[in-house]
Write a protein of this length. Structure first.
Length: 402
């Protein structure tokens, strides 16, 4: 009979060849995970996948394909030239698009086109994702068909990642791969979503400073625009990119309110925040005074500007680093402003729900991390005059029997 189902694999336990129909190991009865069809029609042919590009991963799948091939060859022979069997019809012509390297290139191009849409990803995320793909995903999965990425390949990939990478970075890399394959599943390019390995990592504790240290840093900030910006970040506890996107028409001094509903994506204004929320907050008295002290209002409408344009991210970071260095305090911009604002609010006894809304946290678990730093509140509780003091221990006396 025309054609044979074969495998290149050997039994992983006994190292012997698989035999019989269906192919099995005579000793332990295990079966292969990959098959191919070997047949001769005018010349030798080997097929490793079906018409849709899926690898032949079971005997039944390979047998169905071989049966169909035999039927078409028989039809060719009986039709006297009216029907031609062509083995090329069993190799999907766009199979090259399913190579991981090509699919990822298309995925990034698609995502880049959506950047300016409300549901699009940010430019900063896209840059980081491209770096993960270039340095880690493509070297391992590059020439592989995305339909062949299964649980086993994911575990092998995890094991070969450099030990120097933090667990959080590894988790981010797998997160990117998860997004790519999830979109492939939705597009119908894969039929099964593989099970991803769980990467456990410890979220580092929130680093923050108190208002006294913030005052020392602000004492080194003499530019009124930067002083107003840093005060805004400290007291309103918003993200730096949200503050850079703030416009004067979002501030109502009469009602003493500020509306946060946009953010900068590198140098591009986006009409939504990271979590796509809208927050209306009361303006802190010190923030109001600092904003009113800004010498001029730019025609562009932005609050924190240089020569009329919103401050650049790297410029803000550099100014903050110089101010903290002069103050002798080592703290990042995010930690010294947003994180510190949330931590100070917790220690002041502000309700967790209010802090969540103020900081724009979509997930309450993110805000709950600030509970770990509620140290000042505990100290002040201990220092109260009416706090009960432990009395010296006395020996227990046995009760008298009546």
């Amino acid at each position: 009979m025309l054609g044979t189902i074969r495998t290149k694999e050997k039994c992983p336990q006994y190292k012997g060849r698989f035999q019989g129909e269906p192919l099995t190991c005579p000793a332990c009865k295990t079966i292969p995970t990959r098959y191919y069809i070997d047949f001769y029609w005018k010349k030798q042919h080997k097929l490793y996948s079906d018409e849709d590009g899926y690898s032949l991963s079971s005997w039944e799948q390979a047998d169905r394909l071989l049966t169909h091939i035999r039927h078409e060859i028989d039809r060719d022979q009986k039709s006297k030239g009216k029907f031609r069997f062509d083995p090329k019809n069993y190799v999907r012509r766009d199979l090259n698009k399913l190579k991981f390297e090509n699919y990822v290139r298309t995925w990034f191009a698609w995502r880049a086109e959506e950047i300016d849409l409300p549901e699009g990803i940010s430019r900063s995320y896209l840059k980081g994702a491209e770096s993960y793909a270039r340095n880690h995903l493509l070297p391992f999965f590059g020439g592989m068909n995305i339909r062949e990425i299964e649980d086993g390949q994911l575990e092998k990939f995890r094991r070969q990642l450099p030990r120097s990478l933090s667990a959080k970075t590894k988790n981010n890399i797998f997160g990117l791969l998860h997004k790519i394959l999830r979109d492939a599943l939705r597009a119908g390019d894969i039929q099964r979503f593989p099970e991803f390995p769980v990467i456990k990592f410890v979220i580092p504790p929130i680093k923050w400073i108190d208002e006294e240290d913030q005052a020392l840093i602000l004492a080194e900030v003499h530019n009124p625009v930067y002083r107003a910006l840093f005060l805004f970040l400290m007291k309103q506890a918003c993200r730096p990119n949200e503050a850079r996107a703030l416009r004067w028409d979002r501030i109502n001094f009469e009602r003493n309110l500020v509306r946060i509903d946009a953010a900068m994506d590198e140098r591009v204004f986006r009409e939504h925040t990271k979590t796509r929320d809208i927050r209306t907050l009361p303006i802190h008295p010190e923030v109001r005074a600092a904003m009113e002290a800004i010498p001029t209002r730019a025609l562009s409408g932005y609050v924190f500007t240089y020569r009329g344009e919103p401050l650049k991210e790297n410029t803000v970071q550099d100014y903050w680093r110089r101010a903290t260095a002069r103050a002798g305090i080592k703290i990042s911009l995010y930690q010294g402003t947003k994180h510190s604002g949330g931590s100070q609010a917790i220690n002041a006894g502000v309700d967790l729900k209010i802090i969540q809304e103020m900081m724009g946290h979509k997930d309450p678990r993110t805000t709950a991390r600030y509970l770990e730093v509620c140290t000042e509140k505990l100290k002040s509780y201990w220092d109260r005059p009416d706090y009960p003091q432990s009395s010296p221990k006395t020996k227990n006396k046995k009760a008298k029997l009546l």
